[in-house]
Design a protein around this ligand. Structure first.
Ligand SMILES: *Cc1c(COP(=O)(O)O)cnc(C)c1O
Length: 372
């Protein structure tokens, strides 16, 4: 394993720690679904899922069919929920044993037709009801319509019911969240009664899991928590960010007062300025919002702010007060001193967006796979 050059180091021991911590917050009989969509929030879907399968997760979730297929192609045998299936490739769902979230009446019709064409019986599906996020989901007024359709659709069978909380990380919205929980309870008990058998019920993401014990139901769906963030300082203290983004210095230059750095000449030196060119840019996921000093990287333990516009393959940082040489490491974010959450928030975004945006060409390196 080459610990040189631009790379995202992913600590699998920290992943295991987070998994165990989150599991310790739910009861023994509550199932744990690991959300690994969007390349496991940028950390590399397959190695992350393989580790989580080894740790004993009950379920996986991805957003799209292609992601589920990639998991199946790489040894994932646990159930996989597809959170946001699209109509054009529903066949794949059945071929690869993936469980679709049915989030609209149109999707119910389309999936039932696909299951029928493939001569399925009781193919497992999850129904998503909208309880207030107002994103995807079946309207709760359509519960009876759905149940009626299902009673004449032996090709599918409800395995689970889901909803998604709109503001589980914001305790100022707890009245609204409790309303969502109550509505979900009402829907689930109605459906359960009609179906006459036990189904899985799941409504919580990471913050729902941490903030609302009464929203655990029979399964929780956790993503960001596994990667080290609880959307709250109290929980962040127990979780460990699993990734460190590192690059290196490609060149060091010194300019005089009045000279400019990067495209459009937006940074103008006030005096003699020594700066480093870092081998990372918006083509790697360090977006232009991080330019003009909005990001401070660390070189030999010292902070170096960005200068001017972020380019596609590189950005520049002021190192007037830093001793360093070409090839030295540049730490963009790490689990302790300058976290990806801090970096994202300083620039006005969230860790989810920063992490999922880290592009494919940044090599992922996995550390500490032996222990769990
Ligand atoms: C992404 C997603 C999750 C995971 O959310 P986290 O906040 O990362 O835990 C859970 N459920 C649904 C429906 C999602 O889209």
């Amino acid at each position: 394993m080459q610990l040189k050059g631009t790379r995202l180091e992913v600590n699998l021991e920290a992943l295991a720690h987070n998994y165990h911590y989150l599991r310790s917050k739910i009861s023994e009989d509550t199932k744990f679904m690991s959300v690994v969509k969007a390349n496991a929030y940028g950390h590399g879907m397959v190695p992350i899922a393989q580790k989580l399968q080894e740790l004993g997760t009950d379920y996986f979730a991805t957003a799209y069919m292609e992601e589920g297929v990639e998991l199946r192609d790489n040894g994932i045998i646990k159930p996989i929920l597809i959170l946001h299936p699209q109509q054009h490739n529903l066949d794949v769902c059945i071929d690869r044993c993936l469980e679709p979230v049915i989030y609209s009446m149109e999707m119910l019709d389309a999936f039932t037709a696909s299951a029928k064409a493939k001569q399925q019986q009781s193919y497992p599906i999850h129904l998503e009801f909208n309880t207030g996020l107002n994103r995807i989901g079946i309207d709760h007024k359509d519960v009876d319509n759905v149940l009626e359709k299902l009673s004449s659709s032996p090709e599918v069978k409800v395995r689970g019911l889901q909803s998604h909380l709109a503001a589980s990380e914001d305790l100022g919205e707890s009245v609204f969240t409790q309303k969502q929980i109550a509505l979900f309870e009402e829907i689930t008990s109605k459906v359960q009664q009609k179906l006459g058998y036990e189904i899985l019920k799941h409504e919580s993401n990471t913050s729902g899991l941490l903030n609302y014990k009464n929203a655990h139901f029979s399964m929780v769906r956790s993503g960001i928590g596994l990667y080290g963030y609880g959307n709250d300082a109290q929980y962040d203290a127990h979780l460990k960010p699993i990734a460190t983004l590192i690059s290196n210095i490609s060149q060091i230059r010194t300019i005089e007062a009045g000279e400019t750095v990067s495209y459009n000449r937006k940074f103008v030196a006030k005096g003699r300025t020594t700066y480093a060119v870092v081998a990372l840019g918006h083509g790697d996921g360090i977006n232009r919002i991080y330019g003009y000093g909005k990001l401070e990287v660390r070189i030999n333990g010292k902070s170096a702010p960005t200068l001017g516009i972020i380019c596609m393959d590189m950005f520049m940082v002021d190192m007037s007060s830093i001793e360093a040489k070409v090839g030295d490491e540049v730490v963009i974010f790490d689990p302790h001193i300058h976290t990806s959450r801090q970096m994202a928030e300083d620039a006005g975004t969230i860790s989810y967006e920063l992490l999922t945006g880290i592009q494919k060409r940044v090599r992922r390196v996995y550390l500490n796979n032996a222990s769990n």
